[in-house]
Design a protein. Structure first.
Ligand SMILES: Nc1ncnc2c1ncn2[C@@H]1O[C@H](COP(=O)(O)OP(=O)(O)OP(=O)(O)O)[C@@H](O)[C@H]1O
Ligand SMILES: [Mg+2]
Length: 874
């Protein structure tokens, strides 16, 4: 093995991580740095030393136009016959994840999984890694990733993996350049001037070793391409030909393929290997360095490159089961359109099946550009696939164009079932793009076309269910339930569980709205169960979404949080990008209601930053929530953001958008002391006619706040407040864990001690406009010593814990474990974990023992200044 200089610290960090893994405290080590800095070399050295302590699975991502789906895992499993190899053959992502977990759980010895060059990873691989990262903590496994961090900008898909690593056990090793002393060692045998080399290479080991290898050329080559070529020039003709041929195949080339493609030039391999240009193993042949491959590739004249791609293509096509993505890569470069057309659909479908949506989209885009090479029905199918991938990736209006083209084609093809199916999706995509009328038109046409066939079918059931869904979204409960039940009956008749799930969800969601209890929930649960069992990810996400909205509507926040944790993990794993955003913003709503304003704000901003492409509709709840949160704190950005949502909410025409916006605007207007918003009264009216009870109560409360007489026939805390029963309302809000609302109820009391307690909570939350309002009231009542702000607030309200957190705190102090607390409070351990960490943070301590001390010490009335809730900085 070559010398390895100035990497001792990194090697021991890797060794430590492996030690941890041996103790079942697995983790990720991310080795980063510019091209040629020595990532691969470091990892190899580590593996060479770890080989007898651990089992190694290794693979690399490659720089294909459209990377191979799960390429690195395929590499890693190449030799094995274990569960991973089997799952990969099957190609289904969930199975791959399970199999990988199984491999990494091997109790006999720790496993090291190496994935090189993750900046080129396909979506499915990223997804698997993200999934793994969260689970490594208890596994005897170490995942080592290498990454050229300078190739990863802010919208790089890798960012979500890096985000996940921020909360997983992960170590980052950023490799630095070599010192001049190290450069001197590397060039010592060449007679070159070390300081000149160090200056020219700035200590990048690749440049340095290349220059050293091309000596005795006395001059320092000006560029690396020159360095590489100079080195190539010293090889025999065979070896050069071999390198050129391999240079057109990115990444590691399976050895059998390399041998086939090289033909007679295969004789050049040993020399290219011994001269350190290529690495040859029984599995793979690869350029020792990807930069060198690119240098050789780009230095070739275009005609030669073309000829070599042709040869690569020919050889691939002669293999028994050519890898479709590889074929497409060379076919594109060789201008072999017929092969792009022949293999493109398979490559696209493989990527779709594995959930590598970006790669699928790239393939489909290429194919759609050459649509006239396909028969008509295939054209329609490709357009539909393209629309679907865009939809899944969270694009707002973009799916409409290809889907409309597909529908037009289907009209000419005389297959009503296929046309109906395509129309159903067109309807969904219209809705997604905030075009209600278009959605309705397409759904009606679908129903018509399918009914004309005269027989029940899964497609007709789905058309009916789509109409039910649109009715549900328009709050036409009767239509929604009637159509939904008809759809469900037909779905049962034809044995289509996915459509049955869809229909039940519409029925349940619609029925739920007129009630303040569990009505409709069992249908929703069944819908979720069916969708999960059928592995219909998109449907499952919709069920998760509706169920969690419902729990939030019912203000059952602990349950909502548990469901959302599960739902978000599922949506991320299944790459339902738009749903993942939507669910995350629902979780932010829970945080908001529970008084975690900072966390809610962060989540909203993250979603908005990540979801730049999503349709306007899907981001409305996030924008409304963020606007409301900011307005609650008195931040002028809040009202402005809310005002900007008026237009999109109006065009959506949906009460589920208009209603929350009206409530948010009303709160902002109240805080600012301005007139109630024009949309408040009509929204309340509509909520009443549509019998959307949770909204009736909330909007009714704000109408009352604005000085109108309002009657609410409900026992909801908002209704209690309107009815003057503030004390009961305060208790009810406390039970729900909503500090802001609890405070607003408390200050309705005319008794100063209650008002001061409420004020303290508002101060704690940083709800400045509301706090100012209370102070004004107290002054009006003649109170002379009004608490001045957060200092007093912390005193009277300890560290600003929510009522639920106070309950948890008491049990922590009593020495109970999280599991015991979960039992006692009927919560999941996860939820308790979450409360406990919030408590630690608020008390400014780091361990449970310190909690007891902080609370029990004599001056406990003034614990340290709470961090998150009172901190407005962002
Ligand atoms: N610490 C080191 N000491 C001496 N030589 C090194 C060191 N690190 C790397 N090298 C040499 O530099 C060359 C490039 O290293 P390597 O291939 O590991 O870079 P890399 O970071 O993996 O690059 P890429 O991002 O292109 O994959 C290798 O030929 C290796 O021998
Ligand atoms: Mg490398």
């Amino acid at each position: 093995m070559d010398v390895l200089l100035e990497r001792d610290a990194e090697l021991s960090a890797l060794d430590r991580a492996l030690d941890d893994a041996t103790r079942r405290q697995g983790g990720v080590v991310l080795v980063t740095g510019e091209a040629g800095i020595g990532k691969t070399t470091l990892v190899r050295r580590f593996l060479a030393g770890a080989g007898d302590r651990a089992r190694v699975l290794a693979g690399a991502c490659d720089d294909l136009h459209t990377p191979r789906t799960l390429g690195p895992l395929r590499d890693a499993a190449r030799r094995g016959a274990g569960p991973l190899a089997e799952a990969l053959a099957d190609g289904e992502r969930e199975r791959v994840m399970e199999a990988l977990l199984e491999e990494l759980a091997d109790p006999l010895r720790p496993t090291v999984l190496v994935v090189e060059d993750v900046h080129w990873a396909d979506d499915a691989t990223l997804d698997v890694l993200r999934f793994l990262a969260r689970r490594l903590g208890t596994l005897p496994a170490l995942v080592v990733l290498t990454l050229r961090d300078d190739e990863v900008d802010a919208d790089h898909p890798l960012q979500t993996l890096l985000g996940a690593l921020a909360t997983a056990p992960a170590t980052r090793l950023k490799l630095h350049r070599l010192s001049q002393a190290a450069v001197a060692v590397l060039v010592s045998h060449t007679g070159l001037d070390a300081s000149a080399v160090a200056a020219a290479t700035r200590g990048n080991p690749f440049y340095v070793t290349e220059i050293a290898a091309s000596a005795p050329a006395t001059e320092v080559p000006r560029t690396v391409v020159d360095a590489v070529l100079a080195r190539m020039a010293t090889l025999s003709a065979d070896a050069q030909r071999a390198c050129e041929q391999l240079a057109i195949i990115p990444g590691a080339v399976p050895t059998d393929l390399a041998v086939a493609v090289l033909g007679d030039h295969v004789d050049g391999l040993p020399e290219a290997e011994s001269r350190g240009v290529l690495d040859v193993t029984p599995d793979h042949v690869a350029f020792r360095h990807e930069l060198a491959r690119r240098a050789v590739e780009t230095a070739m004249p275009g005609a030669r490159r073309l000829a070599l791609h042709r040869r690569g293509l020919e050889v691939l096509l002669a293999t028994p089961e050519p890898d479709a993505a590889r074929v497409v890569h060379h076919a594109v470069e060789a201008g072999a359109l017929d092969q792009v057309v022949a293999f493109g659909p398979a490559a696209a479908r493989e990527a779709m099946a594995a959930g590598a949506h970006r790669q699928a989209r790239a393939h489909l885009e290429r194919l759609v550009a050459h649509l006239d090479h396909f028969p008509l029905h295939e054209q329609a199918a490709l357009l539909e696939d393209q629309a679907m991938e865009l939809y899944v990736l969270g694009y707002g209006v973009e799916p409409l164009a290809p889907q409309s083209r597909a529908v037009e084609l289907r009209r000419t093809l005389g297959d009503p079932v296929a046309l109906g199916h395509s129309l159903i999706w067109l309807s969904r995509m219209h809705w997604w793009a905030a075009d209600q009328a278009g959605a309705m038109r397409a759904a009606e046409e679908a129903q018509e076309v399918l009914e004309a066939t005269g027989e029940p079918s899964p497609e007709l059931a789905m058309a009916l269910s789509t109409r039910s869904q649109l009715a549900m979204l328009a709050y036409d409960h009767e239509d929604a339930v009637a159509m939904g039940e008809k759809a469900a009956a037909m779905a049962r008749e034809v044995g289509d569980d996915v459509t049955l799930s869809h229909a039940l969800l519409n029925v349940g969601s619609s029925q739920a709205r007129g009630h303040e209890d569990d009505t409709g929930v069992s249908e929703m649960r069944e819908a979720l169960r069916l969708a999960l069992a059928a592995r219909a990810d998109n449907h499952a996400c919709r069920a998760y979404t509706n169920m969690s909205w419902r729990l939030v509507d019912l203000q059952r926040f602990d349950e909502a949080r548990e469901l959302l944790d599960e739902a978000i993990a599922f949506a991320e794993r299944s790459e339902q990008v738009a749903f993942a955003h939507y669910l995350r913003s629902t979780l932010a709503k829970v945080d908001f209601m529970e008084g975690h304003l900072d966390r809610a704000e962060r989540a909203c901003r993250d979603v908005l930053a990540a979801a730049v492409r999503s349709g306007r509709t899907s981001l409305l709840p996030t924008r409304i929530l963020l606007g409301r949160l900011l307005a609650r704190r008195g931040d002028p950005e809040g009202p402005a953001l809310l005002a900007a949502q008026r237009e999109p909410a109006r065009t959506s025409g949906e009460l589920q958008r208009v209603g929350p916006l009206a409530a948010a605007l009303a709160e902002a207007a109240w805080g600012a002391g301005t007139d109630e918003p024009a949309e408040l009264a009509p929204a309340l009216e509509e909520a009443r006619t549509r019998e959307y009870l949770p909204l009736v109560n909330e909007l009714g409360y704000w109408r009352w706040r604005a000085g109108h007489a309002v009657v609410l026939a409900s026992e909801h805390p908002w209704a209690l407040q309107v009815a003057g029963r503030w004390e009961e309302a305060a208790t009810a809000w406390q039970a729900r864990g909503c500090p802001f609302e609890q405070a607003l109820a408390l200050v309705e009391s005319q008794q100063p001690e209650h008002m001061v307690a409420g004020l303290a909570v508002l101060d704690q939350l940083g709800a400045d406009p509301a706090a100012r309002w209370v102070r004004r009231r107290l002054r009006e009542q003649g109170m002379r010593t009004i608490p001045r702000g957060p200092t007093a607030a912390t005193r009277s309200h300890e560290a600003g814990l929510t009522p639920r957190q106070v309950e948890v705190l008491e049990l922590v102090v009593a020495g109970r474990t999280n599991a015991e607390i979960a039992d006692a409070l009927v919560l999941s351990v996860r939820t308790v974990d979450h409360h406990v960490s919030a408590i630690l943070q608020k008390l400014g301590v780091t361990s449970r023992t310190d909690v007891a001390e902080a609370v029990l010490r004599p001056d406990a009335a003034t614990p340290p200044r709470p961090g998150p809730t009172a901190n407005h900085s962002r």
